[in-house]
Design a protein around this ligand. Structure first.
Ligand code: TYD
Length: 227
């Protein structure tokens, strides 16, 4: 949970949903309105977690099994939370995080076939009370998302450990994110990511402004409005 004036927003979704673009646009918008914003990502976001990221995404830990991978994701998350996210929130910063605990629930829990109790126990330790105030789930059919991701990556390297799986797995992940949103409607918002970049950015801006309340626009706030 956000301390002081900080706000913790996580972005979730499958391949090609446009998370990076939307995070960049939201960060620019918030900064233009006078907010301090930290953009970060998982796995990674702190030196310790970035070291673990390489082990996970290269597939080096795959041979040790899903349980091992889930623990490594949790270890990276805990480092990221304690070294970066919690201190930033305590300073009143808005933290925008590309993937967080819901990705572990979906990728390791649902499509990795780990028991929900096991995943939830790991998440409790990993986040240690730092739960996003708001989670934006960019929803797109697996086929559309994968096609977009393929086009984007055509000139770039090989897919990572978690991108290489079959269409069916990607669709299962989509359903799993939607299930989380249905279970936690106070925290999660499902965003239809098949629309134009501008439409999506507009919806996201509206949701985040609402979370920020009267302080949404610090830069242009008049003294009366600030009272
Ligand atoms: P990344 O290159 O950051 O990609 P994306 O644009 O898809 O966010 O890769 C992160 C990969 O790690 C992605 O395939 C999802 C996976 N992942 C998990 O399996 N579990 C997790 O808890 C997290 C945070 C990510």
């Amino acid at each position: 949970m956000a301390d002081a004036n900080g706000l913790f927003v996580s972005f979730e979704g499958g391949e090609g949903a446009g998370k990076s673009t939307q995070i960049r646009r939201l960060a620019e918008r918030l900064r233009a309105r006078g907010h301090d914003v930290l953009v970060t990502r998982e796995p990674g976001g702190s030196p310790g977690a970035e070291a673990v990221r390489h082990v996970l995404l290269s597939g080096a830990a795959e041979v040790f099994g899903t349980r091992m991978e889930a623990i490594l994701f949790a270890a990276a998350r805990n480092d990221h939370v304690e070294e970066v996210i919690r201190p930033a929130l305590a300073r009143g910063i808005i933290v925008l995080c590309d993937r967080f605990m819901d990705s572990s629930r979906v990728y390791q829990g649902v499509t990795g076939n780990l028991e929900p109790d096991y995943i939830e126990a790991l998440q409790r330790v990993a986040v240690n009370g730092v739960i996003p105030d708001c989670t934006l789930i960019l929803d797109i059919p697996a086929e559309v998302g994968l096609e977009r991701a393929r086009k984007r990556a055509s000139a770039v390297a090989v897919p990572d450990r978690f991108e290489k799986e079959e269409m069916q797995t990607h669709e299962k992940r989509r359903e799993a994110f939607l299930d989380i949103a249905a279970r936690e409607p106070g925290r999660c918002h499902v965003i239809d990511a098949q629309r134009s970049e501008d439409e999506i950015a507009g919806e996201i801006a509206g949701i985040v402004d609402q979370r920020l309340g009267p302080s949404a626009n610090i830069a242009t706030e008049t003294p009366e409005a600030a009272q």
